[in-house]
Design a protein around this ligand. Structure first.
Ligand SMILES: [Zn+2]
Length: 447
């Protein structure tokens, strides 16, 4: 998977740059970076491979800020359940049964799906054990990722292997930070990943807050997905879930909280003041009946928002196109048809996601000098996307993952003419089916 020098010719380029320019022209990839956008000087492109796009659409690769790569093998095995049962009877027993090998397979399947769908950067929640297996799969895939080990040191309802000692959980996180943060010129970063307030002690969360500040790391957790989380923190600490996270040092501009469905104005003010990002996961919130996050209200307060598919068992897709379309449509019955326009949603899935991960100087828009993390869509030959119209509306409302023709990440060509480069998919999926059988056998002990 080498970096190639590629001259993309005759494209429609949706830059998502600060002026939101849409250009008809060319783009040059050199040394993994975008060397020219719009006009390419042939003298600069001598020796570059030419890819004639014939009007196909180039846009920044999607950034998904809440993913569980560890859960992909469990897809379609945990449906139509209430969240707490779903978690206790399916997800935790499943995660407790993973080995380094089966976890690696799960991550590989998730990454294949994400890359084929145009996602080039993600924030992963991980699981309690064997996080190195996720790191190895991410490293081999070419995608850009913040990975983390899921931390759980409170409560006795999870299977025994998922119940951690506070010191041990913290030490393992620091070891993983040492091992993975900055790998491959910063393509892989480490993020602390305490699961949620319900399964983490106050002591652990405070230590995470301090360590993340010292190390300049991101923090990734779930928050306010259900009203239960507020009831829990209210009963135990006397404050709302968001107020509690603030008190223990978990909010801040390097924090990403998945969901944010059940919040009040005081919570929104805390998030805005601290510039804490909410990762909106519309499919997951619908499927688990958690509710609908009020994104226009976050916009009014100035709370940063990003987008994510969450995990395969609660979605059941890891597909940025589905999340974008839903993110746009969901708000309209409540707040009017102009409340979540297509461009705002594309921003969530690209530059705003990059900003949430602190990598917006590298990715999230098509600009000279940035990393060549790009998606090419063929919309013109698809009757479902044509015959034309506003290109951003085409991307958000009509495009699907089958429209993805090419994906580049750090200039590496990961998807070529709709095919994942260097991955034997039938073989991977056969191994995934086999591995799931093994996990299911282990799960019986905990169900
Ligand atoms: Zn999640």
């Amino acid at each position: 998977m080498k970096q190639r020098e590629v001259w993309l010719k005759n494209a429609t380029i949706v830059t998502m740059n600060p002026d939101r320019q849409i250009l008809d022209g060319d783009l040059l990839i050199q040394n993994g970076r975008i060397a020219a956008v719009g006009d390419v000087d042939p003298a600069q492109a001598v020796g570059a491979e030419v890819l004639n796009l014939d009007g196909q659409v180039v846009l920044p690769g999607f950034v998904q800020c809440h993913i569980h790569l560890c859960q992909t093998l469990m897809r379609n095995h945990a449906d139509d359940m209430v969240l707490i049962d779903w978690l206790k009877r399916r997800i935790w027993p499943y995660e407790a049964s993973l080995t380094p090998e089966t976890l690696h397979t799960s991550a590989e399947v998730g990454l294949a799906e994400l890359i084929l769908g145009g996602t080039t950067a993600l924030l992963d929640m991980g699981t309690v054990h064997h996080t190195d297996a996720i790191g190895e799969a991410v490293k081999a895939s070419g995608i850009r990722a913040h990975i983390g080990k899921c931390m759980m040191d409170l409560g006795d309802e999870a299977p025994a292997p998922m119940q951690e000692d506070t010191d041990q959980s913290f030490r393992e996180s620091l070891r993983l930070h040492q091992t993975w943060d900055g790998v491959d010129e910063g393509r892989i970063r480490y993020a602390f990943a305490p699961r949620f307030a319900v399964s983490c002690t106050e002591d652990l969360l405070r230590r995470v807050g301090e360590a993340a500040a010292d190390l300049g790391c991101h923090i990734h957790t779930h928050s306010s997905e259900t009203e239960y989380e507020n009831e829990f923190t209210m009963a135990r600490y006397g404050v709302s879930n968001i107020e509690f996270l603030k008190q223990v040092g978990i909010t801040g501009e390097r924090s990403v909280l998945a969901h944010g469905v059940h919040v009040d104005d005081d919570d929104c003010q805390i998030l805005a003041d601290s510039q804490t990002c909410i990762c909106h996961c519309p499919s997951s919130n619908l499927k688990l009946a958690s509710g609908i996050a009020n994104i226009p209200r976050y916009d009014e307060f100035g709370v940063p928002v990003a987008l994510g598919a969450d995990g395969a068992p609660c979605n059941n897709n890891l597909d940025a196109f589905i999340e974008m379309r839903l993110a746009a449509l969901l708000q309209k019955p409540f707040h009017g048809p102009q409340s979540m326009p297509a461009e705002r949603v594309l921003q969530l899935a690209t530059i705003d996601g990059a900003r949430a991960l602190g990598i917006d100087d590298e990715v999230g828009s098509v600009e000279v000098g940035k990393s060549a993390d790009l998606v090419v869509l063929n919309l013109d030959d698809d009757p479902g996307c044509g015959p034309g119209g506003d290109v951003v509306a085409r991307i958000v409302y009509t495009a699907q993952k089958h429209n993805v023709q090419h994906v580049f990440a750090s200039g590496r060509h990961l998807v070529d003419k709709g095919e994942l480069v260097g991955v034997d998919l039938p073989r991977l999926m056969a191994r995934a089916r086999q591995d799931f059988k093994e996990v299911a056998r282990q799960m019986e002990r905990w169900c």
